[in-house]
Design a binder for this molecule. Structure first.
Ligand code: FES
Ligand code: FES
Length: 238
């Protein structure tokens, strides 16, 4: 069960009580240590968590020795690159690409974003629950965070960059703009990828059918009404 006690340091007045009882409770030790620890251990250790953990003073004092001792790789770089990795040929947005030293455990999402710099595909939950990472594989929508890149040799992969570009938008992209089908925009590329795939799926004609077909794409801003309006418009035009 979550501990809801306030982890902030107590004001001096209240620390008087602690001096009367010098040993801290075990959970107080834990809270102090957690503020210095990375968000996650092992492979998920990031520059960001490191910097936020040590603070600016520690950074200035220790930058040179740390850099020399142990270069800290971005976790996605660690996940996609591996000196003993494999060579994979992918076809993305009509281009044949050969990737060397790809970690066989690299997801399609991380490979697109970190190796191919196609950052239009977003990482939300990284657990197959939000749809932000939706791409097309052979015309079908797929959560790229749940799929290994290695599995897609010979497949036709399409990302949001391959659907349309500024000045040459896909009708679904134009409809999202027209209907304000977004607020922060983080989910939008996944929403559009699902909506484009939906045009070729056996989905009923009603708005409820659209909502059901788009249920795998979460919008934390709640732009659902406008998203449905955009999808409805394109479906009626198609
Ligand atoms: S990032 Fe893939 S489903 Fe959320
Ligand atoms: S527009 Fe912000 S999460 Fe959907």
């Amino acid at each position: 069960m979550a501990d809801h006690r306030d982890p902030r340091p107590k004001p001096e007045s209240s620390q008087t009580d602690d001096s009367a009882s010098p040993s801290l409770a075990p959970e107080q030790h834990t809270l102090t240590l957690e503020s210095l620890a990375p968000e996650r251990s092992g492979a998920r250790f990031t520059r960001r968590t490191f910097l936020s953990g040590v603070g600016a003073t520690g950074l200035l004092a220790g930058t040179a020795p740390l850099a020399a001792a142990a270069p800290v790789l971005d976790p996605a770089e660690q996940q996609t690159s591996n000196a003993s990795g494999v060579t994979v040929k992918l076809r993305v947005n009509g281009r044949d690409l050969t990737l060397h030293n790809l970690d066989p455990r690299a997801t399609l999402l991380d490979t697109l974003r970190e190796r191919l710099d196609m950052t239009g595909t977003k990482k939300g939950c990284d657990h197959g629950q939000c749809g932000a990472c939706t791409v097309h594989v052979n015309g079908r929508r797929v959560n790229s965070c749940l799929s290994f890149a290695l599995m897609h040799e010979g497949d036709e992969i399409t990302t949001i960059e391959g659907v349309g570009q500024p000045g040459n938008l896909h009708p679904m992209q134009a409809a999202f703009v027209q209907h304000d089908g977004y607020q922060c925009g983080y989910c939008t590329s996944g929403q559009i990828m699902s909506a484009v795939a939906l045009l070729k799926e056996p989905v009923g004609p009603s708005d409820e059918d659209i909502r059901n077909a788009m249920a795998g794409n979460i919008c934390r801003c709640g732009a659902y009404t406008n998203i449905v309006a955009a999808v409805r418009q394109v479906r009626t035009q198609a």
